[in-house]
Design a protein around this ligand. Structure first.
Ligand code: FAD
Length: 425
């Protein structure tokens, strides 16, 4: 383990890897510490029964301006640019066409009213029609998109993401998690299974206590989730309380995935989709045979994500029951449990992605501010408009790397640090 470094990156998820790539381009050799035994964080492709399953991020949102799209193509991954079929109810099962149109209209009218809510209470639920027949459907959608119901969403935050999205949602053949995990540059050193426990300031930099000893760094880039930052998992000096408070106003919502394998001659068609129950907020969105694989990916959000709390079996049962409700009891025999996520219960993550509480959209910019040219903050929650995403996380890492590099080189010049280990070549 190195004991003195210029750049220490805490967390090897999309943001940490994005920061490492940028520092490497600038000629530096960062050290990454990751508490899990793998890199990628909320990006994880797990191969089960030969199927590459993305337990976390799966979609290259805004694919046409997503940094991972270019990285994928340069690294030999294939990008599938077919449009996503979510929102298209296969054969209108359990969701008659006129109801689909009514639900869509109600959702669009709600998003139109969000601007008014943003300038008053900023609570997204205040834009709902009281007792509106499609309020459950709208809450199910916000559960998928933000991981929480509209009561806990800043209308301003919601609009900011929505306005920035290009609506091009693409996929990486072989898995988004696999792509991100291969993104580490050769000049970076990564230690997995090492947790940062405490951050302290020294005269010239930062002293970082880890499970394997003390590291002195000129600059630290913190990429841990807002749930981790706001908790006491990493002890920090009182100077960073403002950052912890900002993180607390950007809590992680809840999203989980449950994967089922299709065996035998089941009536499931490639690249189709169904919503489990359009009349409740606790339901699953099912992507059937994605990219032709004999798999069903059930995406759970907000209240619906709670079904995996009791364990994976409950998640599998829930997904199977919703599918049986739509396709008939015969399909049960074609479905086998494959894998399920438990992001909410993973202590080094603590949920899915950040969502600003009503009145706190500005917390993202506050969280992105560096502290005293020595602690820099990255991670999806710090992106001004692509928050919640893996490409937003990547770009936030690039931003923090630029800031840290400028600060260290400026400091080295001004304070005459002969030992600054930044390579200029
Ligand atoms: C179910 C689900 C579906 C999603 N779908 C999509 C999608 O389709 N498209 C999309 O773009 N995004 C999606 N996302 C969001 C996306 O995965 C995240 O926004 C992104 O991966 C976050 O990256 P990050 O680097 O900011 O954070 P993280 O991935 O959380 O990285 C932070 C790292 O810090 C580590 N860490 C924490 N504490 C410590 C410590 N004390 N010491 C050392 N290391 C520590 C963590 O283990 C973690 O690896 C999804 C997320 C989930 C959960």
């Amino acid at each position: 383990m190195t004991h003195e470094v210029d750049f220490l990156i805490v967390g090897a998820g999309a943001a940490g890897i994005g920061a490492a790539r940028r520092l490497s381009e600038l000629g530096a050799s960062p050290l990454l510490l990751e508490t899990m035994d793998r890199v990628g964080g909320r990006a994880e492709t797990r191969v089960v029964n030969g199927h590459a399953l993305d337990l976390g991020c799966g979609w290259l949102h805004s694919g046409d301006r997503n940094a991972w799209t270019a990285i994928a193509e340069r690294s030999g991954f294939t990008v599938d640019r077919r449009a996503a079929v979510w929102g298209q109810q296969f054969r209108d099962l359990g969701f008659p066409r006129e109801d689909q149109a009514a639900a869509r209209r109600a959702y669009e009218a709600w998003t139109d009213r969000l601007a008014d809510a943003a300038s008053s209470s900023d609570r997204a639920s205040d834009a709902l029609v009281p007792d509106g027949p499609w309020n459950g459907f709208i809450a199910a959608m916000t559960g998928f998109i933000s991981g929480v119901g509209p009561e806990r969403i800043s209308a301003k935050d919601y609009i900011t993401y929505d306005d920035a999205s290009t609506r091009n949602n693409w996929r990486v053949v072989g898995g988004y998690g696999a792509l991100i995990a291969t993104g580490l540059p050769p000049s970076a050193t990564v230690h997995t299974g090492v947790a940062v426990q405490c951050i302290d300031f020294t005269r010239d930099g930062v002293a970082v206590t880890t499970t394997v000893g003390l590291i002195q760094a000129r600059a630290v880039i913190l990429t841990v989730s807002t749930a981790v930052l706001a908790s006491s998992a990493i002890r920090m000096p009182p100077d960073l309380e403002l950052w912890q408070a900002s993180a607390a106003s950007l809590p992680l919502g809840r999203n989980e995935k449950v994967f089922l394998e299709i065996v035998g001659d089941a009536p499931f068609e490639d690249e189709t989709s169904v919503l489990g129950n359009p009349r409740t907020r606790a339901t699953g969105s099912y992507y059937i045979r994605p990219l032709g694989a004999p798999v069903i990916e059930c995406f759970l959000g907000g209240d619906g994500a709670g079904v995996v709390d009791q364990g994976m079996d409950e998640g599998f049962e829930f997904a199977r029951d919703e599918l049986v409700g739509l396709f008939g009891s015969d399909v049960k025999r074609f479905l086998r449990p494959l894998a399920a996520s438990h992001w909410h219960r993973t202590s080094s993550i603590g949920g899915a992605y950040s969502c600003a509480l009503p009145g706190y959209a500005a917390a993202r910019a506050r969280l992105a501010e560096p502290f005293d040219d020595r602690v820099f903050f990255a991670g999806e929650a710090t992106h001004p408009f692509d928050f919640t995403t893996a490409h937003g996380a990547h770009d936030s890492g690039v931003r923090a790397a630029n800031e840290a590099f400028a600060a260290v080189t400026r400091g080295a010049r001004l304070r005459g640090f002969a030992s600054a280990k930044v390579h200029e070549d």
